[in-house]
Ligand binder design. Structure first.
Ligand SMILES: Cc1cc2nc3c(=O)[nH]c(=O)nc-3n(C[C@H](O)[C@H](O)[C@H](O)COP(=O)(O)OP(=O)(O)OC[C@H]3O[C@@H](n4cnc5c(N)ncnc54)[C@H](O)[C@@H]3O)c2cc1C
Ligand code: FES
Length: 384
């Protein structure tokens, strides 16, 4: 298309061919050129790195940024992990897959996008990446084997993996674990507090997902003797330096990164009010209660643990909270100035979306709510 429009327009310039017919042809050629002719280069700027580069048509922001050695946070590259979340400040982008599964409605309204799924449409695109913890170790590949599987509830196990060398991470981060029989890696959040010189044994709380390629193999022992590839650490879920009250909300195996973060904060003698809301179906789904009690007892400031059960039988004698865990956020800090509260949430996407909705409705800034959504392949267009 491009050479055709170029050659026609130069041969048939109106000054040389003034008659009506040629004028029409020239106008048509100019019109075609305006549609198919060479498009102006598209530029991308990434803040706060100050990086600026040209992006070829059709390429995603993330692909191009990585090609230009911009340290853009990322992991899955298929729109499920949320690592590449950034704020679109200038320009419009085309979404290859719907951002809405991984990002909340509030984030979409505030202009957040997923760089791995975003193709720029305008001449200038400016995005801002949330700054990472300063001491985040760079991700590396490790080799691991399952050392133990401990049953925590009927559908959650604590999996401990022995690595070929110590791994350093920040409390709250996660690993990408790949087994030879599943095409792509799965993400699991570290459940233990990190150690200064790294951990050679890393643990995770893994929930069995019916029909799930990785978890079905894990629960039936088919991964026990296999060599696993561990790519870590990843993620921007970590405790921010602050003294404002923190409200933590966990659902199911989403307790893992919060246990890591709270245990680490306890060891560092962090001083701030803390609420831990834990959503589960029934009493049988509650776990690591003794460990939570230990953290609560040693916490420097008031610490409230509020388990909330959604399907506990009415006659079970359970005296605690009943309903959806996010329904108890507001009452967990009755006198709070919610503009000065931080949220830390991990678990199923629906719970995170509801939690963000409640907290922003109470007045908490979107930027003060940190989370990891435990998304899975059910919304992915990629096969397992
Ligand atoms: C940042 C992050 C941290 C996480 N941390 C944890 C954690 O600490 N603990 C934890 O338990 N989980 C965690 N997860 C979730 C975890 O990574 C896996 O997604 C989960 O364990 C399911 O993996 P699976 O292979 O068993 O299931 P998958 O094979 O991914 O399948 C999940 C579901 O989708 C269905 N499905 C699969 N492929 C398709 C398809 N193409 N189309 C439609 N449906 C499909 C399956 O039948 C199944 O019901 C985390 C996820 C993220 C993004
Ligand atoms: S790298 Fe974009 S969502 Fe995972």
């Amino acid at each position: 298309m491009l050479p055709l429009a170029d050659s026609v327009s130069s041969d048939l310039a109106p000054s040389r061919f003034p008659n009506d017919f040629r004028m029409k042809v020239w106008l048509m050629a100019s019109f075609l050129k305006s549609i198919f002719g060479s498009k102006p280069a598209k530029t991308v700027k990434v803040e706060p790195f100050g990086s600026e580069f040209e992006i070829p048509n059709g390429q995603t922001l993330l692909e191009s940024a990585l090609q230009h050695n911009v340290p853009f946070p990322h992991n899955c590259t298929v729109g499920t992990c949320g690592s590449c979340k950034c704020k679109l400040k200038t320009g419009r982008v085309k979404a290859i897959t719907d951002f809405g599964y991984t990002l909340s409605r509030q984030e979409l309204e505030a202009g957040y996008i997923l760089a791995c799924q975003a193709v720029p449409r305008d001449e200038l695109t400016v995005v801002e990446v949330e700054s990472q913890a300063e001491d985040t170790p760079p991700p590396e590949k490790f080799v691991g084997r399952i050392a133990s599987r401990e049953t925590l509830t009927h559908d959650i196990v604590r999996v401990t993996i022995e690595l070929d060398r110590p791994l350093r991470y920040i409390a709250g981060q996660y690993a990408n674990i790949k087994s030879p029989n599943v095409a792509r890696g799965r993400y699991y959040s570290f459940a233990d507090a990190p150690e200064r010189n790294g951990r050679s044994r890393i643990s995770f709380f893994v929930r069995k997902v019916p029909g799930g390629a990785f978890t079905e193999a894990l629960f039936t022992g088919r991964l026990d003797d296999l060599q696993l590839e561990v790519d870590a650490p990843h993620g921007g879920f970590y405790l921010r330096m602050s003294t404002v009250p923190m409200v933590c909300v966990a659902g199911g195996s989403g307790l893992a990164p919060l246990m890591s973060l709270l245990e680490d904060a306890r060891k560092s003698r962090v001083r701030r009010r803390c609420i831990l809301l834990f959503g589960a179906r029934s009493q049988a789904d509650l776990y690591v209660l003794e460990q939570i009690k230990g953290i609560a007892n040693a916490w420097q400031d008031p610490f409230d643990f509020i388990p909330v059960l959604s399907e506990e039988p009415a006659d079970s004698g359970w005296k605690g909270a009943r309903g959806l865990v996010t329904e108890f956020i507001a009452s967990s800090l009755p006198d709070a100035n919610w503009a000065e509260v931080e949220g830390y949430m991990c678990g199923p996407p629906g719970m995170i979306d509801a939690g963000i909705g409640v907290m922003t409705g109470l007045g908490t800034r979107l930027g003060s709510i940190h989370y990891d959504k435990f998304t899975d392949e059910s919304h992915s267009s990629n096969s397992i």
